[in-house]
Ligand binder design. Structure first.
Ligand SMILES: [Zn+2]
Length: 344
């Protein structure tokens, strides 16, 4: 089954007048090949793995409209076009009941999302890119950051085209970054909140550098001054635990998180920072695993007198204020705030 549509060097006048028209023209998962000044090398851009994360495809549309030519060939993979077009546009991470596409990059590739993921891996394999950038938005507002499984000069250089913050993660979720990484330097770039103008701008500026620089890897011993965050732990909700967001405890829910919790993104929380309200024990409500597979719930959160606090100084990120994402994915990611791995 071949579901991707292939388009080569699209003309600026043929791609619609705005990003929504562009997506309607694409109509489904698409691969746009842009021939570069140096056509002996390929780079890949993957975006819209999640249909509610518009910055990458907006930036690509803007770049295509500018009529520029990239330094090397660029293979642009635009995945969840159908989910993005589901009304209201850019509101669906995936179609109802479908699996999260960025958890499908490992066998079995059986359902529709698995087939799509397998085809993306096949397109990458065919083009053998010198680098892969997978561009996302966070669901809540917050600063940009990169994620990779492996850190070296090449990954540092790649991430620094977009942002100054890098998370090194070995979570093994079936994300594109984890799989593609075995063959090509791959980074996920979270350009910021899905409705933030700054995120759209950062996506575009980074994309211009990524497309137009002759070299995006291996810049010698340059110190990029990246802030590194290692081995984050995901705080997840247990099955059948109810959650809401409010400015005070809501009795009908197991957990109430503070309405402004996303303001803690990358800011650092202490043992006294109120995250919300809940009645313990912590392990009944939450689950979390450290890199060694051990339960880490009580290293992340503690409940005292019906109030929920951080268990130790932490840096939190990817904090969502969307209950659907909190249930299906996680509440937030956390690293210890003294630049070390969370451990006993
Ligand atoms: Zn995403």
């Amino acid at each position: 089954m071949r579901r991707f549509r292939f388009i080569r060097n699209p003309v600026a006048t043929d791609i619609g007048n705005n990003v929504e028209e562009f997506l309607r023209i694409l109509a489904g998962p698409s691969c746009i090949f842009l021939e570069g000044e140096d056509s002996s090398r390929n780079r890949a851009l993957v975006t819209l793995l999640h249909g509610n994360e518009p910055s990458g495809v907006m930036a690509l549309f803007r770049w295509l409209k500018s009529g520029r030519r990239p330094a090397v060939n660029v293979v642009c993979i635009i995945a969840s076009v159908v989910a993005a077009l589901e009304l209201p546009v850019f509101s669906h991470r995936m179609l109802p009941r479908a699996r999260d596409l960025n958890r499908c990059f490992r066998p079995p590739f059986e359902d529709a999302q698995g087939v799509l993921a397998e085809e993306i891996l096949e397109i990458l394999r065919l083009h053998h890119p010198e680098a892969v950038v997978d561009m996302h938005n966070t669901s809540g507002s917050g600063p940009s950051f990169g994620v990779c499984t492996h850190m070296d000069r090449q990954h540092d250089a790649l991430v620094s085209l977009f942002t100054q913050r890098l998370i090194i993660s070995h979570l093994g979720l079936g994300a594109l970054m984890e799989i593609s990484e075995h063959s090509y330097p791959t980074v996920t770039v979270e350009v910021g909140g899905r409705i933030d103008e700054e995120a759209h701008e950062l996506a575009f500026e980074g994309m211009c550098l990524y497309f137009e620089r002759d070299k995006v890897l291996d810049e010698g011993d340059t110190d990029w001054g990246l802030e590194l965050l290692r081995d984050p732990i995901r705080l997840e909700l247990n099955e059948h635990v109810t959650l809401t967001y409010a400015e005070h405890a809501c009795d009908n829910y197991d957990i109430t998180l503070t309405a402004d919790i996303e303001h803690h993104n990358f800011g650092g929380v202490t043992r006294d920072t109120l995250l919300g309200w809940a009645d313990g024990p912590e392990r009944r409500l939450f689950s979390a695993q450290d890199a060694g597979g051990r339960c880490a719930v009580t290293k992340l959160v503690r409940i005292e007198d019906g109030k929920l606090y951080a268990a130790q100084p932490l840096k939190l990120f990817m904090i969502t204020n969307n209950t659907a994402i909190a249930h299906s994915d996680c509440l937030f990611y956390a690293v210890s705030d003294d630049d070390s791995t969370i451990c006993d």
